[in-house]
Design a protein around this ligand. Structure first.
Ligand code: SF4
Ligand code: SF4
Length: 132
């Protein structure tokens, strides 16, 4: 998630960022409204036709995730603008970062994966309605 995490260029020991391939500086996650109707679902499915795009869910919130790498990372995965990096980059540090756990609860890489998830959710809702 692009997210809020920091990649330091200078460190004191031990610093987990040194042995990390800058996971927090890859892949842009942008929140969007949960699909409400079939038109919304079709739109999200269409996004998943692209191999650079995934859809993630975290705490009930939906994200479009685009594969990529921050343009300010150098070849050694160090931030080249560390002193003037954005506020988002400053907000999180290890161990509250994806080196230690996935930032999402669920992730879908294809329309089929998302379709199966939506079918499961629909089945759960139907079961709840039948019990009510
Ligand atoms: S993912 Fe965590 S350990 Fe890796 S560079 Fe980012 S903050 Fe450091
Ligand atoms: S600006 Fe620096 S800390 Fe922020 S995502 Fe890019 S490389 Fe990482």
């Amino acid at each position: 998630m692009k997210k809020n995490l920091t990649r330091k260029k200078t460190h004191t020991k031990p610093n987990p960022c040194l042995k990390c391939p800058a996971l927090c500086c890859h892949d842009l996650a942008t929140p969007f409204d949960r699909p409400r109707d079939q038109e919304d679902i079709d739109d999200v499915m269409w996004q998943l036709h692209y191999d650079s795009v995934s859809i993630a869910i975290r705490n009930q919130r939906w994200y479009q995730v685009v594969k990529g790498r921050c343009i300010y990372l150098d070849k050694k995965n160090m931030c080249t603008i560390y002193e003037r990096r954005s506020e988002k980059c400053r907000q999180h540090n290890p161990p509250d970062c994806e080196k230690y756990y996935p930032w999402y609860d669920l992730i879908f890489h294809t329309p089929e994966e998302l379709g199966e998830h939506l079918a499961r959710e629909k089945e759960k809702r139907n079961k709840r309605r039948r019990k009510a």
